[in-house]
Design a protein around this ligand. Structure first.
Ligand code: C2E
Ligand code: CA
Ligand code: CA
Length: 407
């Protein structure tokens, strides 16, 4: 599984890497060609600015602070020297990565940053570089950069796992398929859930290798789960596997073609795979998103719209897009039993899905009553804690034995 991740250019041109310095080691000297910026993960760094003794001043920076950031923008020679004041670990932020992000920013934003940097350069000829004063911003940047480095390390050291949540046929309560959900088992910390790292993986591009890894895992998982299903309940229709795709994966050039090829080369029947895409995909470049989904659909893979009803997007896209499944967002399912209005929304969604020839999957079913209501509304599939939480492959194999289909 690892080579798949390593081959990806996103991980090869690492955006961050750790560097260790012993007390007294120089980090850079005034006049050095500038490129990377540094975040202090641990330790202390002394910055010496000012050219002659009358203007020379020192400043000590500690954990969470960034330095060398000006050269990141303009790649001019360093105007200060930096030295490790004690044993220190830095996360180097590569200028290549920064410039890619910078070039993608709105022209006004890049122009303003360039202006600020050149004024700062003038000022810092005679004084010290400024420190980030806003501690909230500083903490945010620190966490973000550190997490990105941790995610990238975790990919290399196999800390991610693919979990599976059963999806049931509501009509007969038999297993219909699974949704693959990523988990991060961090040594000495424990299980980390996607809500704590998917955003960062998306903003750093790490979601691309991570997403490919999940597809590979989920397809391998499906083969084992199907074999067990065939052994225990031989006359059931084949299981499907739902896999989440991030909008960033859809927008990455060639990525959709790569994903389709991966699925095709695995030998699994294409229509056993459902790719779940959140409704928010419609908020950006709709044309691009529709093209990507058409490609997926014409390869024979199923398309599901995830979190349906929460994306604030126009309903008109439903008619123009190649959608096989609507996933009713769990917030409606949670509220449905208590609030008549939510029940009506779910009824409208299931009715609309029917009319448009799509199948409904309801998520967040925590109670038998939810399952009954949804079944009565004609929703075909359901998933939620009432049936099972997301579980490991071994547990999912066991689930098939115990609860694959009631006798
Ligand atoms: P999602 O795609 O909407 O997945 C459903 C989430 O609801 C999962 O959270 C699942 O554990 C949780 N859930 C399922 N049934 C119930 C229930 O009955 N009650 C409650 N309270 N929660 C339920 P999880 O695994 O933490 O994933 C969160 C989100 O992270 C996912 O939401 C998905 O958007 C994203 N995600 C997970 N794995 C991947 C992945 O491999 N790739 C991408 N791009 N996103 C992923
Ligand atoms: Ca999903
Ligand atoms: Ca969802």
């Amino acid at each position: 599984m690892k080579p798949l991740l390593r081959q990806n250019p996103q991980t090869l041109s690492m955006k961050w890497h750790r560097e260790h310095f012993k007390k007294g080691d120089p980090i850079f000297h005034r006049g050095d060609e500038g490129s990377d910026a540094y975040l202090i993960e641990q330790g202390e760094v002394r910055i010496e600015a000012g050219q002659d003794p009358s203007t020379r001043r020192n400043i000590t920076l500690r954990t969470g602070e960034i330095f060398g950031e000006i050269a990141l923008v303009d790649r001019m020679p360093r105007t200060a020297s930096a030295m490790a004041a004690e044993d220190t670990t830095l996360i180097a932020i590569s200028s290549e990565y920064f410039l890619t992000q910078f070039n993608q920013a709105a022209p006004l934003v890049s122009h303003l940053i360039t202006m600020v940097v050149s004024r700062f350069r003038e000022l810092s000829k005679s004084s010290l570089p400024g420190r980030v004063q806003n501690s909230e911003l500083r903490d945010y940047v620190f966490n973000h950069v550190q997490m990105s480095q941790n995610i990238s390390d975790a990919i290399e050291s196999d800390e991610f796992h693919c979990y599976y949540q059963p999806i049931m046929h509501l009509a007969d309560q038999c297993l219909a398929g699974f949704e693959a959900l990523i988990r991060w088992q961090r040594p000495s910390i424990g299980m980390v859930y996607p809500g704590d790292f998917i955003d960062i993986a998306e903003s750093t591009g790490l979601i691309v290798p991570m997403g490919r890894w999940m597809i590979d895992q989920a397809i391998r998982g499906l083969a084992q789960l199907q074999a067990r299903m065939d052994a225990v309940h031989p006359n059931r229709p084949p299981l499907f596997m739902s896999i989440n795709l991030s909008v960033c994966q859809l927008r990455e050039p060639d990525e959709v073609d790569i994903i389709i090829r991966m699925i095709r080369n695995s030998g699994v029947a294409m229509d056993r795979i459902k790719l779940e895409i959140t409704e928010s995909v419609m908020l950006g470049d709709v044309h691009e998103a529709i093209l990507a989904m058409e490609k997926i659909k014409s390869a024979g893979i199923q398309v599901a719209i995830d979190d349906f009803g929460t994306g604030y997007s126009s309903l008109s896209y439903l008619a123009t897009m190649p959608i096989d499944n609507l996933k009713v967002d769990q917030s409606f399912v949670f509220a449905m039993r208590e609030h008549e209005s939510s029940y009506r929304i779910v009824r409208a969604i299931t009715g609309m899905a029917h009319d448009m020839g799509m199948e409904c999957i309801a998520e967040g079913i925590e109670d038998i009553r939810d399952a009954d209501l949804l079944r009565q509304l004609g929703c075909k599939y359901g998933q939620g804690y009432h049936f099972a939480k997301p579980i490991s492959l071994d547990q999912a194999l066991d689930y098939i034995e115990r609860r694959g289909c009631p006798d």
